[in-house]
Ligand binder design. Sequence first.
Ligand code: NAD
Length: 321
Amino acid sequence: MNVLVTGGAGFIGSNLCECLILQPDVKKLMVVDVLDEYYDIEIKKKNLKPLLRSEKVHFYQEDILNENRMEELLKENEVDTIVHLAAVPGVRNSIDKPSFYVDVDVKGTVSILQAAKKSGCTRLIFASSSSVYGHQLLDRPHHEEQTDPKPLSPYGAAKYAGEVFCETFHRLYQMNITVLRFFTVYGPRQRPDMALFSFAKSIMENREIQIYGNQTARDYTYISDIVEGILLSLKRMNGFQVYNLCSGRTVTVGKMVESLEHALGRKAKKIEITRPLGDVRFTWGDYGLANKMLGYKPRVSWEEGVTRFATWFLQELDVHS
Ligand code: NAD
């Protein structure tokens, strides 16, 4: 396989690429990332460092919106498989800048799909999100085939639009496309804007953390489980498929803070604020379909995952202090 990963310098992308390098059937790995300034680009450069030591890896600092360049890269490297992760993430930021999310998350996805079609690349994995679902019922998890997407934020709407374009390209050109809906991913290299990271930072700096009621909950999925889900998907691509990649259990914000306090050995100062627009109270996924079709089964418990995250986080603090 010659694989091209967009967004490969980011949190999920760099963790994925580290595992792809080790796969014997991956001959060449093209990493495309514009290194945008959504968060500190020094973090992204650091994520890239271990990847660049591998002879399999070719890094291109390029914008996915440059469709001609994407087509050129796909052709000259004879890419047969794309993992499309590049996006502007972040629910709250999308409320203030909806057009930006249309530009990168919708137009960027269409640009990649069209470049794939023109270059003859027929296999693509698209990183979608639990945010496409919108409102969460408390008594049952979201299931791909039973819950209609009703996004509550421009980010979720842009991801859903990306999914619709993926299905359209599958119908038009018979491309094999798998959409993976990730649920709150956490672990080493976590994005600094995400709650777990920003809470850990505030706790260590003795600053207040803002929470929206103790019952807010997330289906936290550990990064290695997400990476394994992507690797399994690469082995079983057939037509157009949509899968949840989640842990199938929820952690309330109260429990999350308690676990962080325990793992970091410090107490948090909490203040309650009103829930921001677009933020869902609860996320909860069902991974039954991914389990049946791909053999996906999350392995890392919350307790183990948060301990591993805290160990990495404290090492990072040490390096920077
Ligand atoms: P990230 O911001 O760490 O990684 C995204 C990468 O894409 C960044 O390195 C960025 O520089 C790059 N990028 C942005 N715009 C680009 C452009 N125009 N051209 C080329 N590269 C560009 O985010 P992440 O958390 O690793 O998320 C990866 C994917 O997974 C995204 O599509 C995100 O929407 C999706 N996702 C993430 C989560 C999560 O919890 N982290 C949950 C659901 C879905």
